[in-house]
Ligand binder design. Structure first.
Ligand SMILES: Cc1cc2nc3c(=O)[nH]c(=O)nc-3n(C[C@H](O)[C@H](O)[C@H](O)COP(=O)(O)OP(=O)(O)OC[C@H]3O[C@@H](n4cnc5c(N)ncnc54)[C@H](O)[C@@H]3O)c2cc1C
Length: 353
């Protein structure tokens, strides 16, 4: 950024951007002219050279949304214990508790995805090329990085919005311990959920938008001639193995296996590039949900095995996440006629792609 003389190294700052969120991290428009640099890779191979950084920044981006959700949900849970509506604390109202439980499911699933990815990153960084398992981990890391980032970022924005709603919108007094204290509700800046929501939104854009990441998933499939699918399936089946000893997890594990088969059939059933592209987002999310399902099952089996407190809740979480066809929701073959209809819906009946 600066030369040895302390002066800016060919950088002209046009302006700081007026951003919707992430205001704690200023973004500027810069112009680089006659900047001195050092070549750190081969000329013309810039993108491959920074590819490993993309893994890391996408992992950070996924985490940004998940932590925002965790914080917002913690506030919503606490508020529900204190706020009385319809003569009961919110936490005793079935509809409210169902709403919070959905957010908890999203938090647990995305957290599992995130830590699985971090585990892969750690192993690939610490294992030499050619060592057993290295290639498998590297392939999975390449495949799941866009999947986890796209899914977590999107899910977090929706869930943080729900958490905001769970605090309502009126300033009111709530008893905290023996003290009366003002709580400024969800929509107001004071509580901080508004900031979480704004900050989370950018994760759906930077480091690749949802659609661009979904196309990246297709690229991995293409580059590996779908070989990555076999690695993915093997990984998921391994994660489901411990469930065999726990009958309460059999149904959840069966749902994940069915989802894997559906994902595979979906991919092999498509012949046209535009159909594949049109369904890329649905495919990406189905892969994310199926993987999260397997990780939740694996975790629940471990918790039950280890006699962890709350293991029965972990089992319920796995069951709930995997139930009722939810894993492959949105995995729809979008035939050319359907895409043509979409064009007409968006731009009018004369419009063509
Ligand atoms: C706050 C902030 C900070 C940033 N910081 C950096 C930074 O430090 N370094 C950096 O390099 N970049 C940075 N970016 C840029 C960011 O990575 C890009 O804005 C982002 O990748 C989207 O690209 P784009 O803006 O060109 O959008 P566009 O490519 O114009 O995309 C517009 C829309 O079209 C969709 N779209 C595009 N192509 C396709 C396709 N083939 N099929 C289907 N849909 C498609 C996208 O999903 C998106 O919804 C930053 C962005 C923001 C908001």
């Amino acid at each position: 950024m600066r030369g040895l003389d302390g002066k800016l190294n060919g950088v002209r700052v046009h302006r700081l951007k007026d951003k919707y969120g992430t205001r704690g991290l200023p973004t500027a428009e810069l112009e680089l002219e006659d900047m001195r640099g050092t070549l750190i890779g081969n000329l013309g191979r810039g993108v491959p050279s920074i590819a490993s950084i993309l893994n890391i920044t996408r992992i950070y981006s996924a985490l940004g949304g998940i932590t925002g959700l965790r914080r917002s949900l913690a506030l919503a849970k606490e508020y529900a214990k204190k706020r009385v509506a319809f003569n009961k604390p919110l936490r005793d109202l079935p509809l409210h508790i169902v709403t919070l439980a959905e957010l908890e499911l999203t938090l647990r699933a995305t957290t599992q995805l995130f830590f699985y990815e971090v585990q892969l990153l750690g192993r690939t960084e610490c294992t030499a090329l050619g060592v057993k398992g290295q290639e498998h981990d590297a392939t999975m890391l390449r495949f799941v990085t866009p999947v986890v980032k796209a899914y977590s970022a999107k899910a977090a924005v929706h869930a943080i919005g729900e958490a905001m709603e769970a605090l309502g919108g009126q300033v009111r007094e709530v008893v905290l311990g023996a003290i009366w204290k003002h709580i400024y509700d969800g929509y107001m800046e004071d509580v901080g959920i508004a900031r979480q929501l704004r900050d989370a939104q950018v994760n759906t854009i930077w480091e690749g938008t949802t659609n661009v990441l979904a196309l990246d998933v297709l690229r991995v499939l293409r580059e590996t001639k779908c070989g990555v699918l076999a690695v993915f399936k093997e990984t998921v089946h391994q994660k489901l193995q411990p469930a065999a000893a726990h009958p309460t997890l059999h149904t959840a594990a069966a749902h994940v296996r069915t989802a894997l088969d559906d994902i595979e059939s979906y991919i092999y059933s498509i012949r046209h590039q535009e159909v594949m592209e049109a369904g890329a987002r649905g495919l990406t999310f189905a892969v994310a949900r199926a993987l999260a399902g397997a990780l939740l099952v694996e975790h629940a089996a471990w918790a039950a095995e280890a006699g962890e407190p709350g293991a029965e809740v972990d089992v319920a979480v796995a069951e709930r996440w995997c139930a009722g066809g939810k894993l492959i929701e949105g995995l729809v073959v979008r035939e050319p006629e359907s895409i043509a209809q979409d064009v007409a819906m968006v731009y009018g009946s004369d419009a063509k792609l």
